[in-house]
Design a protein around this ligand. Sequence first.
Ligand SMILES: [Fe+2]
Length: 294
Amino acid sequence: MTIDKTRTLLSDHVDMRMVAADADQAADRNTIVQLDPDHPGFRDPEYRQRRNQIAELALSYQPGQVIPDAPYTPDEHHVWETIWSALRPAQQRQACAEYLSALTRLSFASDRIPQLREVNEQVMAISGFRLEPVAGLVQPRVFLENLADGVFLCTQYIRHHSTPLYTPEPDVVHEIVGHGVTLASPRLAELNRLFGKAVRRTRSRAALERLSRLYWFTIEFGVVREDDMVKAFGTGLLSSAGELEEMQHAALRPLDLDAATNQEYDPTHFQPVLFCADSFDAMCDTVRGYLVSW
Ligand SMILES: [Fe+2]
């Protein structure tokens, strides 16, 4: 595969929240992402201005308020249309039944980016989870501990329109299509809460890293067997047509959670190793039991 082809397929699977672990850094939910010179939007002053505008919305947001709508442009709505038209058929083939059922509850428009406000209202009514906008990436402990309170910290910007199928950071597409939909499943929402509670009981940096890896290999990249096929429930897979395509070539390991906590991963490449449960029910039971006794 050429580098260009790889880059085209690499989509919004990069959830750097889970790897930016620096336990010594101050816990702050409002760190603004600084664009690197190789970021697709680095040389676009209008995009950078809009990113700053959207970050300002998060900085002035108070929990419990109505989430302000982001000022997306027609080009950005077109990015959503491109991504969604690639993802929908891939999801129909490769998403687990629990995800597809949650997706029908949210019924996204195909031609415009759903606002966090709308998704939040629907998710809250279903599982009680609340989405809250943040200016950028937050530290893993901050991100995970908020889950204990039923709060999901969301970025609100969208990737640059020049690269609709590539983003170097999680954007609103990953948040909504991945996490928003799974939080509209009461069973997956419960697992997210249990992760948060387990993190609250975790003191050492090494133990936090083990839990972060477990979150990665379940909530972000988990798969289960369903009707003799391998189906995704992980948000990193389900928000990226490239990841769903590559998932079929991954080495599957049985869902051994101790092994998952020790499995290293590289967020900048497609995941070569996935942990697969025998069924969605078995996955829920196993992960719930593990987190409760953590
Ligand atoms: Fe994620």
